[in-house]
Design a protein around this ligand. Structure first.
Ligand SMILES: *Cc1c(COP(=O)(O)O)cnc(C)c1O
Length: 410
């Protein structure tokens, strides 16, 4: 009698016979990790389609974990298709590289996220793609800059660091009328403060693409880097998705799981960050060292009217405004004093990014970040705060002691 070949232990551990029962269900979806995806036969290998999510072919093309996250982010932002990328900056790069070719021009708001501007000055310029920076508070400036070569206009509401809130509807209308694709960096709004694909609430006006740094509020932990690019147009999505595939962009399943875990609480966290930030921004308005508070929900802040129209909520309800704002410290105080103020903070830590539980502070040199003067900003030094989830009284006390230490002569 022929003895059946018993595979070696090394083989039996890899090709194990046990299969867990089907039907497992729990609040949190499973973490599916793969580079290789197994096909039952060659026919399946040849016929399976990944572009429409009807099947799995390779880890880079999607797993149940990334498909679920993509769908939930579409729900958050009111989109229909999504790609996930390894960072917010990668989302900006993926969209730009998908839609622009040599000879094309991209227009970027002058107050946009800095590394996105650097991409235009670096790789995009190297590939023969030109760029211009428009004044986000002046729709006529955007209209005048759109040329036959303009293929893409980036939008950001409010602008990074200086927090001016543009007339998003008017900027989108201008681009629509000229047939130019719009891409919004929606990291601040996060799908909560306003609906990027339905700016007017009647379905008549929206951006073409909403990119987000999931690194911020969707992750909420200060421990994950990820980005998304969401659309409502399949042809546009396919352009982004094919570039995404060809560039080999993908995200790790554990990171996707971390965002999936944080997503259900994003509304609660966003409101908590917002409430604390508005309290502290108002309190800082009354401090003598500070000449201007740049928070779009505060009366008199640059673009406040646009914020109120888009995010202010019906009938004078408070609306939503994230947990980020900047202050201008009076020009009579030296850079050294401003640095001493930042160094004196104990709960606010020095560090980039935002959206996590820990409050952060960064001093900026705005003049070096702009292509032109920003006369709506008062002279002085800009310091940006990201408000975390600490008790607001403790944060206020921390600001008070640091102001005292840095700006009040002994
Ligand atoms: C943080 C941020 C990005 C980039 O996100 P990363 O994940 O850090 O690359 C892009 N845009 C805005 C407005 C941001 O705040």
């Amino acid at each position: 009698m022929k003895e059946e070949h018993v595979p070696d232990l090394a083989t039996r551990i890899v090709h194990h016979a046990y299969v867990p029962p089907e039907g497992f269900e729990a609040p949190q979806p499973g973490v599916f990790k793969a580079s290789t995806v197994i096909f039952p036969n060659v026919a399946a290998m040849r016929s399976r389609e990944w572009k429409d999510k009807s099947g799995y072919t390779y880890g880079l093309h999607g797993t149940p974990t990334t498909f679920i996250l993509e769908e939930r982010l579409c729900t958050l932002e009111g989109g229909l298709q999504c790609v996930l990328v390894p960072s917010g900056l990668a989302a900006i790069a993926n969209v730009s590289l998908a839609l622009l070719a040599p000879g094309d021009e991209v227009l970027i708001p002058d107050n946009a996220y800095g590394p996105g501007k650097d991409l235009a000055k670096g790789e995009l310029a190297r590939f023969g793609i030109t760029h211009g920076f428009y004044d986000p508070l002046d729709p006529a400036d955007l209209a005048a800059r759109i040329s036959p070569a303009t293929r893409l206009v980036w939008l950001e509401a409010p602008g990074s660091v200086s927090m001016e809130f543009p007339d998003l509807c008017e900027l989108v209308r201008i681009c629509r009328a000229r047939g130019v694709t719009t891409a919004l960096d929606n990291t601040w709004g996060a799908g909560l403060a306003f609906a990027p694909f339905d700016l007017t609430g009647d379905g008549s006006l929206g951006v073409d693409i909403s990119a987000q740094a999931l690194t911020k509020y969707p992750s909420g932990g200060g421990d994950v880097l990820m980005g998304s690019a969401i659309t409502r147009d399949l042809a546009l999505h396919m352009k982004i998705k094919l570039t995404h595939m060809r560039l080999g962009l993908g995200v790790g399943a554990n990171d996707a799981e971390a965002v999936l875990r944080a997503l259900p609480s994003i509304g609660l966290r966003y409101r908590a960050h917002d409430l604390a930030a508005r309290h502290l921004a108002r309190w800082l308005q009354a401090q003598p060292a500070i000449v201007q508070v740049l928070h779009p929900a505060l009366e008199g802040a640059p673009g406040h009217g646009h914020w109120r129209a888009l995010c202010g909520g019906p009938g004078g309800t408070p609306g939503l405004a994230a947990g980020l704002f900047s202050v201008v410290i009076d020009a009579r105080h030296s850079q050294q004093q401003v640095d001493a103020f930042c160094d004196s903070l104990r709960l606010f830590k020095l560090g980039y990014s935002w959206g996590g539980p820990m409050s952060l502070v960064v001093p900026y040199d705005i003049a070096s970040m702009r292509s032109r003067a920003a006369p709506h900003l008062k002279p002085g030094t800009v310091v940006r705060f990201s408000i975390g989830l600490e008790a607001v009284e403790d944060l206020q006390q921390d600001l008070q002691q640091a102001l005292q230490r840095a700006f009040v002569p002994a």
